[in-house]
Design a binder for this molecule. Structure first.
Ligand SMILES: Nc1ncnc2c1ncn2[C@@H]1O[C@H](COP(=O)(O)OP(=O)(O)OP(=O)(O)O)[C@@H](O)[C@H]1O
Ligand SMILES: [Mg+2]
Length: 413
């Protein structure tokens, strides 16, 4: 079992390329269609792809690149030369033009007085000597690394696509969304208008689907569905970064691995004991072999320690129960409620956990404490039960903070 679990860990490694990039079909299609049109019309063009970290930009560009080359071959077009670069690996920003030159005319030495940029500008200003010269797809990932004080390299790079005989299809991929605001207007004034495609942060459902899709390659269940759901919920609320979700899942597997190793050694020592005393040995059930919600909660807490989570975890039990009641109540879709309604939800939790409830006045004073800590917001009303209550923290933070507490686990599921 340990071996199988470790294989899944590999599968979820950030450097393991998944077979497809689900939930990014639309973005990939837009990039693909753009490149396809450039090839069909033998026309240069530029694209600017931006989005927060871990939103599948690099992965999607890889997939588009493969599809484009396959499509060109099938459709009878000359497949483009492809230059994929991570700009963070360039020794200096202008080296990017050397790379384009090298791809364009491999092995050709540029005359000492002409810079690679100048050479490319000259090249794309003149009618090509041979007919049907190849298009070149340039994927410049981590474009942010080309930002300099005057952004000259960035402008020169995009401007290459505006020369009359340019063959470049440029895709600049950047993390900083505000980069677009800073440099696009200037590019536009130079009559270069790259199409912009924004990759939004993944939602909870998308993260869940991507994880499920990646795990399809495994023939057995490794994660309890609620464990995956918790991971997706928390990561989506924090950043929507898929890299983070994958790291947390791997970390949860490691926690399970440690537990399995421990139980195997207990089992072995039990066996030795049973041989001596013929006492019954403990049996590991299937449930013990999968990542449960409590493993995930620990993994998440390692990844996302936050002051809010710390505060919630250090609250007295009844205050935690009030937050738990609020989460349950607001899951129905409502944004606010009254103290009276919240109290009813709290009483239900008390009933299901067989913990005696506190009276309404004490309940209200605990709500006030929670409001003072910035966890709840209490409205004004003379009638205690009619005071309005809203949650001031993310539901995911509460679920996450209380998930490790057995009493609350069932309530929150
Ligand atoms: N739709 C998806 N399906 C499967 N895996 C995904 C998907 N999106 C992202 N991933 C995985 O998440 C990790 C991060 O994705 P990727 O490197 O493409 O993000 P990025 O947007 O380029 O991030 P950055 O801005 O930091 O470069 C990778 O391991 C990738 O395989
Ligand atoms: Mg990337």
């Amino acid at each position: 079992m340990l071996k199988q679990v470790s294989a899944v860990k590999e599968l979820l490694h950030v450097s393991t390329a998944p077979s497809s990039a689900v939930c990014r079909e639309d973005e990939q299609k837009r990039v693909f269609d753009f490149c396809k049109a450039c090839i069909e019309q033998e026309k240069a063009g530029s694209l600017y792809v931006c989005g927060c970290p871990g939103t599948g930009k690099s992965l999607s560009m890889e997939k588009v690149k493969q599809c484009l080359v396959d499509w060109a071959k099938e459709a009878g077009f000359q497949p483009p030369d492809v230059l994929t670069m991570n700009c963070s690996s360039l020794t200096k920003t202008s080296e990017i033009f050397n790379k384009v030159m090298e791809k364009n005319q491999p092995g050709k030495k540029v005359n000492g007085s002409t810079s690679p940029l100048k050479h490319l500008q000259n090249l794309y200003s003149q009618q090509p000597k041979s007919l049907g010269s190849k298009m070149m797809l340039i994927i410049a990932d981590e474009l942010d690394y080309l930002i300099t004080k005057d952004c000259a390299v960035l402008y020169d790079l995009f401007m290459l696509t505006t020369f009359p005989f340019s063959r470049c299809i440029l895709i600049g991929v950047a993390n900083a969304i505000d980069l677009a605001d800073r440099f696009l207007p200037r590019l536009k004034s130079l009559n270069c208008k790259p199409m912009v495609i924004t990759f939004r942060a993944y939602s909870k459902d998308q993260i869940l689907r991507i994880l499920q899709e990646r795990l399809m390659a495994v023939p057995h269940t490794v994660f309890h569905p609620q464990a995956l759901e918790l991971c997706a919920r928390k990561v989506a609320a924090a950043s929507g970064d898929m890299r983070k979700a994958l790291c947390v899942c791997r970390s949860a597997i490691e926690i399970l691995e440690a537990e399995l190793r421990e139980s195997t050694s207990i089992l072995t020592s039990d066996k030795e004991l049973s041989q001596q005393k013929t006492a019954p040995t403990c049996i590991i059930t299937i449930e013990n072999d999968i990542v449960r919600i409590d493993h995930m909660a620990v993994a998440l807490s390692k990844a996302f320690r936050s002051p809010t989570v710390d505060t919630i975890q250090s609250l007295p039990q009844h205050q935690q129960m009030i937050l738990c009641a609020a989460v349950k109540f607001f899951r129905g879709g409502k944004k606010d409620t009254t103290v009276g309604e919240l109290n009813k939800s709290y009483m239900e939790i008390c009933k299901s956990t067989i913990i005696p409830p506190v009276g309404i006045l004490e309940f209200l004073s605990m709500c006030r404490v929670l409001a003072d800590q910035g966890l709840l917001k209490l409205g004004q009303s003379r009638d205690v039960k009619l005071k309005r209550v809203t949650l001031k923290v993310d539901e995911a933070d509460i679920t996450f903070a209380l998930q490790g507490v057995r009493v609350f686990r069932n309530c929150l599921q």
